[in-house]
Design a protein around this ligand. Structure first.
Ligand SMILES: *[C@@H]1O[C@H](CO)[C@@H](O)[C@H](O)[C@H]1NC(C)=O
Ligand SMILES: *[C@@H]1O[C@H](CO)[C@@H](O)[C@H](O)[C@H]1NC(C)=O
Ligand SMILES: *[C@@H]1O[C@H](CO)[C@@H](O)[C@H](O)[C@H]1NC(C)=O
Ligand SMILES: *[C@@H]1O[C@H](CO)[C@@H](O)[C@H](O)[C@H]1NC(C)=O
Ligand SMILES: *[C@@H]1O[C@H](CO)[C@@H](O)[C@H](O)[C@H]1NC(C)=O
Ligand SMILES: *[C@@H]1O[C@H](CO)[C@@H](O)[C@H](O)[C@H]1NC(C)=O
Ligand SMILES: *[C@@H]1O[C@H](CO)[C@@H](O)[C@H](O)[C@H]1NC(C)=O
Length: 622
């Protein structure tokens, strides 16, 4: 299949974006969408970014624009006589001021998300960490999408009765509108076990033994559609694929996944493919399936293979206009404009654009190596934590402060550092705990254990859960990240979704904007816009600051450098999330501490501490 790439004579800046103040997209050479009989538009891991990206032109369209887009795409499908479904696979909450800054959280986002007409959706782990979020999902999003919401392996505990009931229907069977294909759709979450106690996640393998599942896979539809908050390279989709395939030798199976925050496509067999559509509303995934045979047709379906295609659409107006053949005037629908206005009103009410200061440079999570002065983790370690981690009563006690890299979710861009920025980089309500007066010889071993993992950490205590999602779930580039410890500046960078051995693509075209250069099981032509590649460096599980340590001793005989002095005892301070790992690491370092030894060091969250530091240190107006 030949992909047409439209080369633009001049890569000019085009089209105003929808949120006031959002940057206009930059034009790029484009690859077209290839339509099939059943076409899927997919979002995942939106994490509250319904307003789009205010500092990155390539992802600057908002949820209102997406509503206009899906409306035009549905119309196009009708004209072509094919089917189109709009799907979301969870983690809609946590990670953006629009969700996190309101009280209650999500006061604005549930209505904004709910304005889209979504054909199928499921739950992510972030909908399950807090009891209130589970309740809210049950009493707001599930009823709103009564016919679309699927919870194949998720139950809800009703607060009034204590009854355990399915969070939503276990599966849906439907007939597509235009072509009349029968579809059985399932909706899973991976085997997650840190959920709030008013929810129950049944492991996928157990779920598949249940009667309803066994009935569902014997329905004999024309297509199985498995949506899930599951990384494509995690074990769960593979398990589901095998069980469905054993029962249905030739039926096409389409999987839509997420959680790993990457663009990816995986081939299970000729008739079974999966895609994952990135994160933070940067990406609108597109999958089309062609050559589907009807079971009801007189010709029995045999091994005839179907064709799966995929495209990762950058979420910006240039691309959305391009794929619909519309322009600034003809693209926005009334409904889309209304939702854009709802977002603007929410952002305004929450004062998300209020500036706390001016970031003097970009600070990257994984586009810079660690340690490095462009690394957000080095910045935290050397600048923020040393001044921010304080407790009046313990202020003179030397301390080690540990933060897991997964506590940071996004980059900092040079320019205004707003209220929104604080939630983007650190949306969690993590506080700092400590264990007092730990012998330094014991405490100093903890960081190394957390970063090297090893057999003492397994199951729910696997140290991969401390890291960023891009590294946590196995994916093509995660494997590569593991083997490329950031030993030195010259370490080979790993590209987002690229392969370990891939050399930097030498783009002599300075006009290409940096972005995703995805490689997946279908090749390297998945991205709708042609980008120059962006580097990806692996990060450690945790970082550590030494604070209020004794001053180095002057050089002794035969020494030229001042000699660092280790304290005898330290306060071991850590983000509460890492507590189970810290206690385990202490045990194996010869320190017998338990939860009874843990006290609160500061009630400020990491978000508060960062915001406070920025106000104090980046005062300059941009
Ligand atoms: C919640 O949103 C509504 C508008 O949708 C607004 O009137 C109300 O003030 C908001 N409440 C809070 C606490 O933000
Ligand atoms: C839904 O759940 C939230 C969180 O527990 C709660 O605050 C809210 O009152 C509930 N709403 C309804 C309509 O039950
Ligand atoms: C969950 O735990 C909280 C406190 O830990 C308790 O108040 C609540 O009743 C529990 N809920 C259920 C459904 O067990
Ligand atoms: C948008 O397209 C319409 C219809 O093709 C055309 O009349 C109009 O001039 C275009 N507007 C812009 C700003 O290009
Ligand atoms: C858009 O908002 C206006 C004003 O609130 C309202 O009258 C109209 O019905 C809305 N249209 C759609 C399609 O939602
Ligand atoms: C970062 O490091 C480079 C070289 O190591 C140096 O030139 C530059 O001034 C540093 N920048 C900051 C902000 O410290
Ligand atoms: C944290 O908050 C609790 C409850 O408000 C309070 O009792 C405690 O003293 C606070 N701890 C610190 C270290 O500020």
């Amino acid at each position: 299949m030949i992909t047409r790439i439209t080369l633009l004579a001049s890569l000019a800046t085009v089209a105003r974006s929808s949120q006031p103040g959002a940057p206009a997209p930059v034009a790029a050479p484009m690859r077209d969408l290839e339509w099939g009989q059943i076409n899927l538009l997919h979002t995942t891991d939106i994490h509250g970014w319904l307003g789009g990206h205010m500092q990155e032109p390539q992802y600057s369209a908002d949820w209102g624009d997406y509503i206009s887009f899906t409306s035009h795409m549905r119309q196009k499908a009708d004209e072509k006589g094919v089917d189109l479904l709009v799907i979301d696979t969870g983690d809609r909450v946590e990670g953006n001021g629009l969700y996190d800054a309101s009280n209650p959280k999500g006061n604005y986002t549930y209505d904004i998300f709910g304005s889209q007409s979504v054909d199928l959706l499921c739950t992510g782990n972030h909908e399950l960490y807090q009891e209130a979020t589970v309740d809210r999902e049950h009493n707001t999003t599930v009823p709103k999408f009564k016919h679309s919401y699927i919870a194949s392996n998720l139950d809800y505990i009703e607060p009034e009765t204590g009854n355990q009931i399915p969070q939503a229907q276990r599966y849906v069977k439907f007939t597509t509108k235009k072509l009349g294909y029968s579809v059985v759709a399932l909706g899973f979450i991976f085997d997650f076990d840190r959920n709030a106690n008013n929810s129950v996640v049944t492991p996928v393998e157990e779920t598949m033994k249940q009667e309803w599942f066994q009935a569902a896979i014997r329905e004999k539809p024309d297509l199985f559609l498995v949506i899930g908050h599951v990384g494509l390279r995690m074990k769960e989709f593979e398990q589901i694929f095998k069980v469905i395939r054993d029962q249905n030798w030739y039926t096409p199976i389409a999987f839509l996944g997420g959680h790993a925050h990457v663009r990816d496509a995986r081939k299970f067999d000729d008739n079974a493919f999966a895609i994952a559509s990135g994160r933070y509303f940067e990406t609108i995934g597109w999958m089309s399936i062609d050559g589907i045979k009807k079971k009801s047709a007189s010709v029995p379906s045999t091994e005839a293979t179907v064709t799966f295609r995929r495209r990762y659409i950058d979420n910006n107006l240039f691309g959305l206009h391009y794929h619909t053949g519309l322009n600034e005037t003809t693209f926005p629908t009334e409904h889309g404009r209304n939702v854009t206005k709802m977002i603007t009103a929410g952002r305004k009410a929450l004062k998300l654009d209020d500036s706390f200061g001016c970031a003097p440079q970009d600070l990257w999570m994984s586009r810079a190596p660690y340690p490095h002065n462009s690394s957000i983790f080095s910045w935290l370690e050397t600048q923020v934590l040393p001044t921010a981690i304080t407790n009046e009563e313990r202020k003179d006690v030397p301390r080690l402060a540990i933060v897991n890299t997964g506590a940071i979710r996004f980059d900092i861009f040079q320019g205004p550092f707003t209220k929104d920025s604080t939630y983007l980089i650190s949306p969690f309500v993590s506080k700092f705990n400590y264990i007092a007066d730990v012998p330094y010889a014991v405490a100093s071993k903890v960081i190394e254990m957390l970063n090297s993992g090893g057999p003492v950490f397994n199951g729910a205590l696997d140290t991969k859960y401390l890291s960023i999602p891009e590294q946590m779930a196995p994916s093509r580039f995660f494997e590569a990240s593991l083997s490329t410890a950031n030993e030195d500046e010259d370490a080979l960078p790993i590209f987002v979704d690229g392969e370990a051995s891939q050399k930097p693509l030498k783009t002599d075209d300075p006009e290409l904007i940096g972005g995703y250069t995805t490689r997946d099981d279908l090749g390297d032509d998945g991205d709708d816009a042609v980008h120059s590649p962006i580097k990806f460096y692996a990060v450690p599980n945790c970082i550590q600051s030494k604070i209020a340590f004794p001053a180095p001793a002057p050089p002794g005989d035969g020494q030229t450098e001042p000699q660092p002095q280790d304290p005898e005892k330290v306060d071991l301070v850590f983000v509460d999330y890492v507590q189970p790992w810290v206690i385990t690491a202490l045990k194996f370092s010869g320190g017998d501490y338990g939860t009874d030894d843990v006290k609160v060091y500061t009630n400020s969250t990491l978000t508060d501490l960062i915001a406070g530091w920025v106000k104090e240190n980046w005062k300059k107006d941009c």
